[in-house]
Write a new protein. Structure first.
Length: 272
């Protein structure tokens, strides 16, 4: 299965027995399970990432459930562990948002929690902006009116409301998806906006609740997209966890790069 193939890929990468490692075997197994990603056509890296994380989560969650069931088979009331829905994937990548929804008529406040593994951030400029600008845009309050009205439990009818998101649980690894593919004048196009992102000390406390467990992050990887809607090429920048050097991954070409090269106009996914 794809989880086993992924485990073999990780072992080959970290055991140091090979000069280079190809993910072709994992891609082949994954493509059989998800035929949409098996064809040699254009695919979105964010969609692929979410699919991989979901697949690994389900596989590791099932293993954990089986282990718990075997360990406690003699206990009639023991939990199998599958109800919690946790895995190494959720422990590393899953965060929690809370949407505070306030009725503008009676001022009642309702909190709606929502889990996330990737935060898709709007790009508020067509030329240059910062990651903080994208975060500000994502977390700014919004007003729900007309067809977007809420049904207020306290008022007993549909009412205008404001909604504001905040991070209540920050994941150990947070992934940002820069929404470069956007609709404009009824046409979908790619935004080539330069988004400046910090390498360290990314502070998420302005967007988090007081009880949030983690607030500052350092950049560890970037996925780049070069090209347009119809044709594109993905590359990656990754920081070595031991040497702290940055490397560029461009198909079969892996090269060491200076820190200054990591800030790129083609950034599409950011890993902190």
């Amino acid at each position: 299965e794809s989880a086993t193939a992924f485990g073999c890929l990780m072992s080959d990468m970290w055991l140091g027995e090979f000069d280079y490692v190809s993910p072709e075997a994992f891609h082949s197994v994954f493509g059989k399970r998800y035929p949409a990603f098996s064809r040699r056509t254009q695919h979105d890296a964010q969609e692929f990432l979410i699919c991989v994380l979901d697949d690994l989560h389900e596989a590791f969650k099932e293993v954990r459930a089986q282990l718990c069931q075997g360990r406690h088979s003699s206990d009639a009331g023991a939990s199998t562990g599958s109800g919690s829905g946790t895995s190494i994937i959720t422990k590393l990548f899953e965060g929690q948002l809370s949407y505070g929804i306030r009725c503008l008529k009676c001022k009642a406040l309702t909190d709606r929690p929502e889990s996330f593994t990737v935060l898709s951030l709007p790009i508020p400029s067509t030329r240059v902006c910062s990651l903080q600008d994208c975060l500000e845009c994502f977390f700014q309050p919004d007003t729900l009116t007309r067809n977007n009205q809420i049904h207020c439990y306290w008022c007993g009818g549909n009412q205008d409301a404001t909604v504001k998101a905040s991070i209540t649980k920050a994941p150990q690894i947070i992934i940002f998806h820069l929404k470069r593919f956007a609709w404009q004048d009824k046409h979908r196009r790619k935004l080539s906006t330069t988004v400046c992102y910090p390498f360290s000390d990314l502070d998420l406390s302005p967007y988090s609740t007081v009880s949030c467990n983690k607030a500052e992050y350092s950049l560890c990887a970037v996925v780049n997209h070069a090209g347009d809607l119809d044709y594109g090429h993905y590359t990656a920048f990754c920081k070595h966890s031991v040497t702290k050097h940055w490397y560029s991954f461009d198909d079969a070409q892996v090269t060491k790069i200076p820190d200054s090269a990591v800030q790129a106009d083609t950034a599409y996914l950011l890993f902190y």
